[in-house]
Design a protein around this ligand. Structure first.
Ligand code: NAP
Ligand code: MG
Length: 477
């Protein structure tokens, strides 16, 4: 017997969205010159119009951040800075429902995820870094490590407010001031965060937010008043940033793309592994840099794993992201949907076998059904390139060393998963894998105390934990 689900929509009325937004500079919203629309990708409805920042806006924001740094923020004690961060964390918790709804509307991800994952982790990042602000002597850089000054921060659209928290919380705890550019398609929660800064009475200019597209980001990277760049996004843009700052004194942290291997050994608990595979690739529509997008399954259990995975995928609920029962929401933009479709077509053309469960995709908006490809080889584009969508490429292996060789055969090195009941095998495999984050018998677990980052083309530096904080500090004397 199966039960039908009734719709369980979250209410939109909890958020107030203005028709138009300017930039947040020096503690105030200032009018923009040109504006572009940000839409709800689940309906294609225009939510608001936000300002398209140019070099002049970046100049003003950097000037405000420089004054706030030299006159106010760098003069406060760590304990005082911590008080502001605690205040921001508490306000974020108080307004969590509002943030969750706004994030779901602007991004298309399910309310269940914004409510239970994104926003609680955002608050946790501010609480965690608030605790560090007066303990920087213990970060590992000697006594009295120094902040950089003004940090330029550029974030992607897949976890808009969470990426903002990963950037702003450690930067402020370490004593820097910031100018942040959110992604073009998901600026609204960053602008609501600006209101939180006002509510927390954060000194003007400590946080500045300039909205816009890639060119706005490039203007921030190239501004001479920036001491450090912190970027999360694609490997392509990360490389462009590294080139742009190569002959300057600027330093950078780059969190880039991935093609994570999720390895299932023959002795794994299979039902548990199937849950981990689903979480690894279908969480957040697969718009996850550390997604387990390459499944490596031992050949003798492959048929069983694929069958159980297909049964489980039949139960994934795709549709209205505002419905509390939804598992898989909308793809964030038409451009991203086109990229996913292109790679799926390449997968079929190159000989992979595609499978999706039956699902009724909504008429409007951008949608892609949860999908797996079997019969994938290492030469296939879908085994090598980041799809950043709900598509899993399945490869098999015969021996543990073959699994490791295949897992490491990638220019990326962000994440990996290991499924085995044998502790010794898990530890052996973890030691061999060239990935920054490795989960064993679980996947996609995040904590502000745990450093996150990549090897090879997945990036430079770490975010989170003590290691992440050292990216915002120079060694003391
Ligand atoms: P993206 O195109 O690189 O964009 C990231 C950010 O950079 C956006 O704010 C973007 O603005 C801006 N930007 C674009 N061109 C720029 C330029 N020339 N100079 C400076 N800034 C520029 O990446 P995306 O497609 O939005 O995000 C997906 C990628 O992010 C994936 O590859 C994913 O793996 C990676 N990611 C990595 C992590 C990690 O921690 N390692 C986490 C999440 C995502 P617009 O929005 O206007 O394009
Ligand atoms: Mg949007």
């Amino acid at each position: 017997m199966t039960f039908e689900y009734s719709p369980a929509p979250e209410s939109k009325s909890i958020v107030k969205i203005d028709k138009e937004y300017g930039h947040f500079i020096n503690g105030k919203f200032v009018k923009g010159k040109n504006h572009f629309a940000t839409i709800n990708p689940a309906t294609e409805e225009i939510l608001s119009r936000v300002a398209n920042g140019d070099r002049g806006d970046i100049d003003k924001a950097v000037a405000a951040a420089q004054i706030a740094y030299s006159k106010v923020w760098s003069k406060l004690s760590g304990a005082e800075r911590g008080k502001y961060l605690y205040r921001i964390a508490r306000i974020l918790q108080e307004r969590a429902r509002e943030f969750a709804v706004l994030e779901t509307l602007d991004n298309g991800k399910p309310i269940r995820e914004t409510r239970d994952t994104d926003i609680p982790l955002v608050a946790a990042h501010f609480f965690y870094h608030a605790g560090w602000a007066d303990k920087l002597d213990y970060v590992g850089l000697g006594k009295s490590p120094k902040s950089y000054g003004v940090v330029g921060q550029i974030i992607p659209w897949n976890f808009p407010l969470l990426m903002l928290a990963w950037k702003i919380a450690p930067a402020l705890a370490a004593g820097n001031t910031v100018v942040l550019k959110p992604a073009e398609t998901t600026p609204l929660t960053a602008l609501l965060f600006a209101e939180v800064c006002q509510q927390a009475e954060l000194p003007a200019g400590v946080v500045n937010i300039v909205t816009g597209a890639g060119e706005t980001g490039a203007a921030l990277v190239n501004h001479p008043g920036i001491a450090k760049i912190a970027f999360t996004g694609s490997t392509e843009v990360g490389k462009a940033i590294a080139r742009a700052i190569a002959d300057s004194k600027k330093v950078a942290t780059l969190e880039l793309g991935g093609k994570g291997a999720n390895i299932v050994f023959e002795d794994a608990a299979i039902d548990q592994a199937v849950e981990g595979i689903v979480n690894g690739i279908f969480f957040n529509q697969g718009h996850v840099c550390c997604a387990g997008s390459r499944l490596l399954v031992q050949e003798n259990i492959a048929d069983e794993v694929v069958k159980k995975l297909q049964n489980r995928m039949e139960k994934i609920r795709v549709g209205d992201p505002m419905d509390k029962n939804t598992d898989l929401g909308a793809i964030n933009s038409k451009a991203q949907l086109d990229k996913i479709k292109d790679l799926a077509a390449a997968g079929s053309k190159e000989g992979g076998e595609i499978w999706s469960p039956k699902c009724n995709l909504p008429q409007n908006g951008f949608w892609f059904a949860p999908t797996i490809f079997t019969g994938v080889t290492q030469a296939h584009r879908i085994a090598r390139e980041e799809i950043f969508g709900p598509i899993l490429s399945i490869l098999t292996f015969r021996t543990p060393s073959e699994a490791i060789e295949k897992a490491n055969n990638t220019p990326f090195g962000l994440s990996a998963g290991i499924w085995s009941e044998k502790g010794s095998k898990v530890l052996w495999a973890a030691g061999q894998l060239r990935a920054g984050v490795i989960w064993a018998n679980t996947f996609n677990k995040f904590d502000p105390a745990s450093p996150f980052g990549g090897y090879k083309e997945s990036g430079w530096g770490r975010e989170g934990g003590r290691h992440g904080l050292t990216g915002y500090l120079k060694a003391g004397k």
